[in-house]
Design a protein around this ligand. Structure first.
Ligand SMILES: NC(=O)c1ccc[n+]([C@@H]2O[C@H](COP(=O)([O-])OP(=O)(O)OC[C@H]3O[C@@H](n4cnc5c(N)ncnc54)[C@H](OP(=O)(O)O)[C@@H]3O)[C@@H](O)[C@H]2O)c1
Length: 315
């Protein structure tokens, strides 16, 4: 008998993780251009907990979650590249054309998903879409990082930073990164050349003549980063609007990245994962019933790598 009801984690008010309720709602229906998936795992990103505090206008109640991995159940009309039972990963946030992924089933737009890397389990694949595409887009499209260039990656132990270090090393760049003291050992394994403890050291006094900065932290870290770059260098920030005065003063290009998860970028990510370039570290998983706890955890305890909501038990 066809299942028509599904369990979801819904945001019902903007009181942080207290605004999350676990509910039964109607399963989404297939649409033209859409792919209906059974969700196996959903990665948790900072944007998810930020939304619970009302950082952007969304219509409530809203099913939470953007990232997911899962199995295709139904394919909308005129979508030749996916079929029933394909194992996929990607994005389906309710505020951007999807149905939300902290749910047993999700409706995704076909151009924001791809076949999941075969060497990742569902938890690892569900953790990767937003952070993996952010790192790939930043390093290869905006910075256009080249072999032997020097790059500083802020927030190296976080979701985006940990993937960015691995991509930068694969390109052949010299990589410095800033992390907290607890994360030093974890980061050594990812291959960074210089690891700076941002709590006791000032990166701007240690580094100079860098070609690029990839900023996953923002605020003063963004502003101080201009000092480590050579003239003509570039800062791509995940958080900060370009500071025109600093750009002019130091002769630097600065970009605020807007990550767009697309099939094309996910396919490139899949290739890098399957070649062994990128590994994904899932620090902790939560069941769907504890989606609020997962959001609270990510907001208050920056993990090494990723936090994932495991929705379908993995065999
Ligand atoms: N613009 C876009 O399209 C876009 C897309 C995706 C994400 N983002 C944003 O990008 C940011 C990073 O995302 P993420 O998923 O990588 O977050 P994350 O997993 O929370 O990682 C952030 C990392 O930064 C570290 N950190 C905090 N303060 C630091 C400092 N002063 N110096 C160095 N490291 C520091 C944190 O660990 P410790 O506190 O333990 O040091 C944590 O490891 C988030 O704010 C997110 O919302 C923007």
């Amino acid at each position: 008998m066809e299942v028509k009801i599904m369990k979801v984690a819904q945001l019902t008010n903007f009181e942080g993780s207290n605004g999350i309720e676990i509910k039964d709602v109607e399963k989404p229906k297939i649409t033209e251009g859409g792919i209906l998936v059974q969700v196996h795992a959903a990665g948790v990103n900072p944007i998810d907990w930020k939304i619970t505090h009302g950082i952007m206008p969304v219509t409530l109640p809203m099913i939470m979650g953007g990232d997911f991995s899962g199995t295709v159940l139904e394919v909308g009309a005129n979508i030749p590249n996916f079929k029933v039972n394909d194992e996929v990963y990607g994005q389906a946030p309710a505020f951007a054309g999807g149905a939300g992924t902290f749910a047993e089933f999700a409706l995704a737009n076909a151009n924001t998903i791809a076949l999941k890397p075969i060497n990742l389990n569902f938890n690892e694949a569900g953790a990767l879409p937003l952070v993996g595409v952010s790192a790939l887009q930043g390093l290869t499209e905006h910075i256009n990082l080249q072999k032997d260039q020097k790059i500083l990656i802020h927030g190296g132990a976080g979701g985006i930073g940990s993937i960015a270090i691995q991509i930068a090393k694969n390109i052949g760049a010299h990589v410095a990164t800033t992390v907290s003291p607890n994360d030093m050992e974890y980061i050594k394994k990812l291959g960074a050349d210089e690891i700076i403890d941002y709590k006791s050291q000032k990166f701007e006094e240690l580094l100079s003549d860098y070609d690029a900065v990839f900023d996953c932290v923002g605020k003063d870290t963004y502003k101080q980063s201009f000092k480590v770059l050579k003239k003509g260098g570039i800062i791509v920030s995940m958080l900060e609007e370009p500071d025109e005065a600093l750009m002019k003063h130091y002769g630097i290009t600065s970009i605020l990245q807007q990550t767009r998860v697309t099939t094309k970028r996910l396919d490139k990510l899949t290739q890098l994962v399957e070649q062994g370039v990128i590994s994904v570290h899932v620090e902790k998983t939560f069941p769907l019933d504890q989606a609020a706890e997962a959001l609270y955890y990510l907001e208050h305890t920056p993990p090494q790598g990723k936090i994932v909501i495991n929705i379908k038990e993995q065999l």
